[in-house]
Design a protein around this ligand. Structure first.
Ligand code: 8YV
Length: 316
């Protein structure tokens, strides 16, 4: 495309080159830094009618207010917990996200983290590299995964993709949602503590946001127990992080595989030296194919909006 549509669009925080380039081909783009003074944006930026942002940056009310002509927010993530949805709705601003295209990759990472954590893969890798194996140090045995009760916290699109992957190895798959799923798939446990008690592994796959904040608390971790493993590919805010660090430090739970944290990119110092913890820098959707598919979905939503057509994946 050579002729630029005259529509001004703002980007918020760093995106990545493929999306930046595709946006620049279609629109007049003004980049707003994540730490910009939103009360003093240049006049060109204040012209923006659409805003593009990543899930980790989102769109607080302040940026919506700073862009008086804003009509739509194209979010390059499925999670929209960092977007002030009520404010968008009240301001008549449409919001789109990128569901489905990332489901398989996030599920793959959850399963990978589960194996890495339950089978001590990362700790054992470290001991081999350190030369300990060659010095005849014996790695500790771990518990087996096959036959274990896998508890999915949040049986949505991603939770189901994880469950499908683990069906061949799980003794049982159970789940906790606010309400049971209509199709009766897997065993529903209504009470979160019962759910944790009956699970050997909990995989947190619920969406973030205020309702799920600290859903996993100290009591739930204690109910999971000293042999239990917790995996989180959802949002750090869903687990009470202080309670998690304490439970791991005191070995009240067996291990954790974490892709997300309460205050990214900062990870609690105490976790860094724990051998029974596997840490990832928020990589659930981070494959070349999926990041491109997410960007393409953002662009398709923007094109639909610019053409006055129905949005493909609207949140608001
Ligand atoms: C992204 C995500 O890595 O889609 C989500 O909700 O958490 C991830 O896909 C992140 O939000 C950057 O957009």
């Amino acid at each position: 495309m050579t002729d630029k549509a005259p529509i001004p669009v703002a980007t918020f925080g760093p995106l990545y080159p493929y999306l930046d380039e595709a946006l620049a081909q279609r629109f007049t783009v003004h980049a707003v830094a994540q730490d910009a003074d939103l009360t003093a944006l240049p006049p060109e930026a204040r012209e923006a009618r659409a805003l593009i942002s990543f899930g980790t940056v989102g769109a607080p009310a302040a940026i919506m207010d700073a862009l008086p002509k804003l009509e739509m927010i194209g979010l390059c993530s499925v999670g929209y917990d960092k977007v002030d949805i009520d404010h968008a709705r009240a301001s008549g601003i449409r919001v789109t996200n990128t569901p489905d295209v990332l489901t398989d990759d996030v599920a793959d990472l959850a399963v990978g983290l589960l194996y890495a954590t339950a089978r001590n893969i990362v700790a054992n890798d470290r001991m081999v590299r350190a030369g300990d194996w060659a010095r005849n140090v014996k790695p500790a045995l771990c518990g087996r995964l096959t036959g274990k009760r896998i508890g999915i916290l949040g049986l949505g699109r991603i939770g189901r993709a994880i469950a499908r992957r683990l069906e061949p190895v799980a003794g049982e798959i159970l789940y906790h949602n606010r309400r049971p799923a209509a199709d009766g798939a897997y065993r529903y446990v209504a009470d979160p503590l019962d759910f944790a008690r009956q699970s050997d592994v909990i995989i947190v796959a619920t969406s973030g946001g205020p309702e799920a904040r600290k859903l996993v608390d100290a009591a739930m971790l204690d109910a999971l127990g000293p042999d239990g493993v917790i995996i989180n590919i959802s949002r750090g805010s869903v687990i009470d992080e202080e309670a998690l660090v304490a439970a791991l430090a005191e070995r009240r739970i067996g291990g954790a595989g974490l892709d997300v944290f309460a205050n990214e990119p900062h990870v609690p110092e105490a976790l860094l030296s724990m051998e029974h913890v596997v840490l990832q820098p928020h990589q659930g959707s981070a494959t070349v194919e999926t990041r491109k598919a997410m960007a393409d979905l953002v662009l398709a939503n923007l094109d639909a909006w610019a053409a006055g057509q129905p949005l493909l994946t609207p949140v608001v």
